[in-house]
Design a protein around this ligand. Structure first.
Ligand SMILES: O=P(O)(O)OC[C@H]1O[C@@H](O)[C@H](O)[C@@H]1O
Length: 275
């Protein structure tokens, strides 16, 4: 059974949905009233797009309400784990934000916590009973649209391990390794390297977990074109796209999922997550 706390999130599922009402009190506190008309012995999976700290409140009171109805087994499906990129302290004075979220979620004593394409191995290491859902079927769906005569492009070393697993899942599609460098002082992107001399007009699919501003992918696209890439595609599990799609017009097509939010734009194709 599913309890979907974000009414705008529409995963593909055949599971029965638990009904509830929620609102925010005038003081800002969230409130929930779950319709008790379901089998309390069954496992309940809460789904929530936990994109910010504010969303945690509703999650916590929902788990409390379920426990008070004697629901014993509660799973959580968080498609995009918040602050997953803040998984290390770079400068004294910063917080290890991903751990703060993880600690709060651990306090809920959940049976399982599912996260879609975690940014790094830090999230599953910090979250108890965490299971990471890989991007394999998402990329499989993408290839159904663009065909499999492409090279998979890994933007940096951090994405390498994952992309080789995707390639293996898809029967051994070629991977091109790349790297990006940053200015040590400013942290800004300063350059890209594509470790292949000539792409011979082959279509290229860049695969990564998150597109935020898009700088990584625009810079990499320029380098790929210099190496004779054919069509350029981008597939990111979590689409934030904070600078819009205009900045990404070097791509023939962009793919993402509904893990972070929904999009209604012809430039992006959204593959819905399955539950
Ligand atoms: O270049 P933008 O889109 O801002 O940032 C996305 C990149 O930043 C990393 O954390 C992601 O894994 C991705 O490689």
């Amino acid at each position: 059974m599913i309890l979907n706390l974000d009414p705008k999130f529409t995963p593909v599922t055949t599971q029965e949905e638990i009904k509830f009402q929620s609102f925010t009190f005038s003081g800002g506190e969230p409130h929930i009233k779950i319709n008790p008309d379901f089998d309390h012995n069954e496992k309940v999976t809460i789904t929530h797009r936990l994109n910010s700290f504010n969303d945690l409140g509703l999650l916590c009171i929902t788990v409390d309400a379920l426990r008070r109805m004697d629901v014993k087994i509660i799973d959580l499906f968080i498609p995009y784990f918040p602050a997953a990129r803040q998984d290390r302290v770079m400068i004294k004075g910063e917080s290890l934000s991903v751990k703060v979220y993880a600690d709060i979620i651990n306090g809920l004593q959940l049976n399982k916590v599912f996260v879609f394409d975690a940014h790094s191995e830090v999230t599953p290491a910090l979250v108890n009973n965490c299971e990471v859902i890989p991007n394999h079927t998402f990329i499989q769906q993408v290839l159904k649209v663009i065909g499999d005569n492409v090279k998979l492009i890994s933007p940096d070393g951090g994405a390498l391990k994952k992309i080789y697993k995707v390639s293996e899942f898809l029967g051994g599609i070629d991977v091109v390794e790349c790297s990006k460098s940053r200015d040590v002082k400013t942290g800004k992107l300063s350059g890209f390297k594509v470790y292949e001399d000539d792409l011979n007009g082959m279509d290229c699919l860049i695969v990564d977990d998150i597109c935020d501003g898009g700088g990584t992918f625009v810079g990499l696209a320029e380098e790929l074109k210099k190496k004779n890439a054919g069509k350029l595609y981008l597939a990111v599990s979590h689409g934030i796209f904070n600078k819009g799609f205009e900045v990404l017009d070097c791509f023939d097509k962009i793919f993402t999922t509904n893990s972070f939010k929904d999009f209604d734009d012809e430039r992006v194709e959204v593959v819905k997550l399955e539950l």
